[in-house]
Design a protein around this ligand. Sequence first.
Ligand code: FEO
Ligand code: CA
Ligand code: CA
Ligand code: CA
Length: 639
Amino acid sequence: MSNDSIEAPAPHRNGNEPFESILRRRISRRGLVKAAAIGAPLMALSTSPLLGSRLFGGAPLAEAQESPDQGGLSTVGIESIPHDLDDTINIAPGYAAEVLIRWGDAVESGAPAFDLNNQTASAARRQFGFNCDYVAFMPLDPGSVRFGLLGVNHEYTSGVDMFPGYDGDNPTAEQVAVEIANHGLSVVRISRRGNGTWQRYRNSYYNRRIHGETPMVPTGPAAGSAHLQTSADPTGMDIRGMFNNCGGGKTPWGTILTCEENFHQYFANNDSLDEAAQARNARYGAPGGESRRKWERFESRFDLAQEPNEINRHGYVVEIDPYDPHSTPRKHTALGRFKHEAANTTLSDDNRVVVYSGDDQRFDYMYKFVSRNKYNAYNRIANLGLLEEGTLYVAKLDDSGSGEWIPLVPTGPLSDWSLADISVFTREAADLVGATPMDRPEDIEVNPVNRRVYAALTNNTRRTEEQIDGPNPRGPNTYGHILEITENDGDAASTSFTWDVFILCGDPANPEHGTYFAGFDQSELDSIAAPDNVAFDGAGNLWVTTDGQPRSLEAADAAYVIPTAGPERGRLRRFLTGVPGGEVTGPEFTPDYTALFLAIQHPGERGGLEEPTSTWPDGDFPRPSVIVTRRLDGGVIGS
Ligand code: FEO
Ligand code: CA
Ligand code: CA
Ligand code: CA
């Protein structure tokens, strides 16, 4: 979901002004040399020594370019396809895309057939939810590439795109109940047929719908604390539902991390609270009066005037065990409360679990969590507790290409805070330690081949020219960019790192966009904007899906692949284009990289059901759906 349409939080108030760092910016002689060596569009930029240093950051990028074999050569055998705005999914020659599951399809056994004109909450709780986003492929046997479970987020609902004749000023109780049921996550058993196509199972033991009423339990420092207690749950241990689950990730022990992102929009009447509570909620953008969704008219838990702490029970990374359909989802407060886009896991050199997570708001932060205890490949039960205790860090980046992970612990500026406070009011805690405001951090994920961390910064139309800094080098940042982070000593638990700009998005044919593609000759490259979710194939190529190209490039959102090493490092290719109104998200490969799952979220959005701008996939009305892409010859995608 685009945050462009979401209420902004209170402006930054922490005193760590991003533009201050401009004064400290190191003018990189080496960066200028690199800038001069790159194609014509960049020459205009490199006339500014400051911008040159921002772009190239100094040593780390130069080293990467001078060591093209780092992580091995990654080449891509995909023919880039043109942009378009038509109402079909277009894909590179030699590939196919097929719909696997659509909004309303049966998930749990006994689910009735979908009926657009007669939707009920009880049916929706067993059907595939609305607005699919993150997709996880979980093999049913270790390494299986044929039999698996698909975990799919249902980020949000929009009544105008769901109910014929919907009146946004007067939603009915049943419509609200249906919307609550359409949030959450689906687990669906799938398998690959002999001919390479995929099918889903309608009556699998594993099939499960998790939704806005599903009981969940908090873990970590804030579990059971006063911050989480409500009149319906005085224990602070029994939470109902998860909302706005956008991106996600997987753990080495076979669970799904699904992330609550724009949770603030569900809660009304912040103005009724005392000043301190108001400020805390305003930092997350909670509406002062009525919510846009108006759920508070029917359920008191969404009314801050009646349940001031309910909002504190949302905004977390939620861990779900897809192999146990009776397991209780767990909200891990140790990973902090913010607008988590995603949560991607790796292991440190000493086998602690490291989870990267971006806070998707203009001028918010990048985080990582490092577990206290170590991963044990032979003890899944113990691993299930790893995200309950550890240290949460927030990123501070300087302009010279280095950075540090600052621990959010009750010392220094946080000496009056408890760990529970930090876990619930994480944004404020990060403000106080001087984190670096970024251009909407989305997916942050480790490339398993070169071990570098790639952070998608989707855009920030509100960054001014005065606010530009090294890691956010454009203001306004209309097209977004991608950072490449190298943890010191290559250890994910390091508290310092170096960074570089990997891609500055936009149209390379338009010099005003000031694009940069890791130094690759831009003269024949395609355009890209609003990078959101990322994934890596077996060669370490970066796959990127976008959310917002219609607004910035007047083109449908799309999926791209970009080599991260070798002579083609930075050579962008467009693999697939979506449909009007719909973002492309959820990139997820099977373990053998012969299938790539993608979600087409909110097709036809803003047209409503009365005048849909898309009727994909069936030609009648738009239905958010998961598609699976494959090479027609069954080969490895992208090779
Ligand atoms: Fe729901 Fe940050 O995209
Ligand atoms: Ca987005
Ligand atoms: Ca997203
Ligand atoms: Ca991802």
